[in-house]
Design a protein around this ligand. Structure first.
Ligand code: HEC
Length: 142
C-alpha cells in the first residue's frame, strides 16, 4: 500500500468516527466550563449577548472568547465542527448573526428534539454566551 493510500484510509476512519459521534445524539458527555472572571449572569435568560463589544459586559469580550473557545471545543465541536465549520451535517453556527441571540440561547438551553441536546442543566448562561461570543469571533463562511 502506498503512503498516500494509507493516509487516506486514516483520514476516512477519522471521518467515520466523527460522523458516528454526531449521530449518537444526546449521549455526548457535557464538559464543565470554567467561566473564570466572567460575571455570573443568573438564571433568567438574557435575550442579547452581554459580552459583545459595546454591550453591558463588553469589557469582558476577550475573556469571553477564551472561555467560549474551550466551552465550544468540549461541548459543541463534536457535532458542529472544529471552529464552528459544520461540514453540512449540523447547522453552521457562524451563519447566526447578532439578531439571532434570542434564538441561540433558546436552542442551546432547550435543544430541539431533532439532534440538538438541551444544555440547560449542564451549562450556565455565562458559559453559553461566552460560547456565542467565541463563535462570533471566528471567521465568517465565504
Ligand atoms: C449531539 C450533537 C450536538 C451537540 C453536542 C450540539 N449540537 Fe447544536 N445542533 C445539533 C443539531 C443536529 C442541530 C439541528 C437541529 C434541528 O434542526 O432541529 C443543532 C442546532 C443548533 C442550533 C440552531 C442553529 C440553527 O441555525 O437553526 C444552535 C444555535 C446550536 N445547535 C448550538 C449549539 C451549541 C452552542 C452547542 C454546544 C454548547 C451545541 N449546539 C451542541 C447537534 C448538536
Amino acid at each position: 500500500m502506498s503512503v498516500s493510500l494509507s493516509l487516506k484510509a486514516i483520514v476516512a476512519a477519522g471521518l467515520l468516527t466523527a460522523a458516528g459521534l454526531a449521530m449518537s445524539h444526546g449521549d455526548v458527555t457535557p464538559q464543565e466550563v470554567d467561566t473564570g472572571d466572567l460575571p455570573d449572569l443568573g438564571k433568567e435568560a438574557l435575550m442579547e449577548n452581554p459580552f459583545r463589544k459595546g454591550s453591558e459586559h463588553g469589557d469582558k469580550h476577550d475573556e469571553a472568547v477564551k472561555v467560549g473557545k474551550s466551552g465550544y471545543a468540549g461541548n459543541c465541536a463534536v457535532c458542529h465542527g472544529i471552529e464552528a465549520m459544520s461540514g453540512g451535517l449540523t447547522p453552521d453556527l457562524r451563519e447566526l448573526s447578532e439578531w439571532d441571540d434570542e434564538y441561540f440561547i433558546g436552542r442551546v438551553m432547550n435543544g430541539t428534539g431533532r439532534g440538538m441536546p438541551s444544555f440547560k442543566d449542564n451549562l450556565d448562561q455565562t458559559a453559553i454566551w461566552a460560547i456565542k461570543t467565541y463563535i462570533e469571533s471566528v471567521p465568517q463562511p465565504e
